[in-house]
Design a protein around this ligand. Structure first.
Ligand code: SF4
Length: 367
């Protein structure tokens, strides 16, 4: 397992490694580096992208922001002492499948980094962790993550995961899928999983569009936003995902953007440790089909947009109803809900024990 990152490191033992060929030139690492250690080089890699370079190695504090934010897994901190190259995602991303299919500046790879970093921060057994994805660009996550992974049919990630969770109550079930998959064709499953407090964590990557099929409008697209199916702007009321999850009774609800990698990592870590239904919505750039069409720009422009538009949720001032997103308007971010209700498995056990007494045999059989 990769060594925990983010701690102060001895610069004599640590260095930054860059896989220039894997880079798609999004510029996230340069923008996020708090010390201006990195710069875009003038060189091109074989695919025509400018990779970053270490411009001022002395300034680096080895904070690992570049590694966390890079959606291509193309930059990481290495320990010279261990003589080992080690990306935080090395042990859980199938690096032999890189480069992945996601576009330059797409945020899905950043979400994968934060998820893996969060998983490493817990003591959850990786051998009993299951990842389920539906269809779409985010649906590819299950295929890239080296855990027990299931790439299911469109909209059916949550019912598939419900079966896994009920059949294996001692295992951790995580759904990672997109807004189209989870809130359109899969919307009904989403409500009921939250209502029933099914034992699972759902990470919904919300980029307001169906990226893989050409950029149709999704149920989360803000009114006025342009999609290939709404060339004059979306006119119907979008879903406010945290509000829905909250009102259905989910135990844990949070929203961050790919700009907030540390908060996102902590929110996913908290969500993974919840017994019932936990939801983390991640607002993530689809520069190819949402950003450019809506004149926000490329992936880096979208990250800057998230930084500028994000406002923090304050428990004493806001409710999840305030987390609705308007076109080019503020994005409320925060950890909205953290409560404890009986999970579906607990509710089922309690009810059946009361009714059946000793005849009820809990699954898995304790001991
Ligand atoms: Fe990402 Fe959009 Fe490209 Fe899909 S189409 S990989 S969501 S940028």
């Amino acid at each position: 397992m990769a060594e925990k990152k983010g701690k102060k490191k001895d610069p004599k033992e640590w260095r930054i490694d860059i896989d220039a060929e894997r880079c798609k030139g999004c510029g996230f690492c340069v923008e996020f580096c708090p010390k201006n250690t990195l710069a875009m080089s003038d060189d091109f890699n074989s695919k025509g992208y400018h990779p970053p370079m270490v411009a001022d190695p002395e300034s680096c504090t080895f904070c690992d922001m570049c590694e966390m934010v890079c959606p291509e897994f193309a930059i990481w901190l290495s320990s010279d002492e261990n003589k080992k190259q080690e990306h935080i995602a090395d042990d859980l991303v199938r690096m032999d499948r890189m480069p992945h299919i996601w576009c330059p500046g797409c945020g899905i790879g950043t979400v994968v980094n934060t998820f893996i970093a969060a998983l490493h921060d817990t003591d959850i057994d990786l051998n009993t962790t299951q990842i389920v994805s539906g269809i779409g660009c985010t649906g590819r996550v299950a295929g890239y993550v080296d855990l027990d992974s299931y790439h299911t049919t469109h909209g059916r990630a949550i019912p598939f995961a419900t079966g896994l969770a009920l059949g294996n109550p001692d295992q951790k079930v995580v759904v990672i899928s997109g807004d189209g998959d989870l809130t359109a064709i899969g919307g009904n499953h989403f409500f009921h999983a939250a209502r029933r407090n099914v034992n699972m964590t759902v990470i919904c990557v919300n980029n307001f569009t169906y990226g893989m099929t050409g950029g149709q409008v999704t149920p989360t697209a803000p009114q006025g936003s342009i999609a290939i199916t709404t060339p004059y702007g979306a006119f119907d009321q979008p879903f406010n995902i945290p509000f829905i999850a909250d009102s259905c009774g989910a135990d844990y609800v949070a929203r961050w953007t790919t700009f907030h990698v540390r908060h996102l990592q902590n929110a996913i870590k908290a969500a993974l440790q919840v017994k019932g239904f936990s939801l983390v919505e991640v607002i993530s750039p689809c520069p190819t089909l949402y950003g450019r069409r809506n004149k926000i720009g490329d992936g880096l422009d979208m990250m800057k947009f998230y930084k500028e538009k994000s406002v923090r949720f304050k428990k004493d001032q806001h409710t999840t109803a305030d987390a609705a997103i308007g076109f080019q308007d503020q994005i409320m971010v925060g950890n909205f809900v953290n409560r404890e209700r009986p999970s579906l498995i607990e509710a089922m056990d309690t009810s059946l024990k009361n009714k059946l007494g000793d005849k009820y045999v809990q699954w898995p059989v304790p001991g």
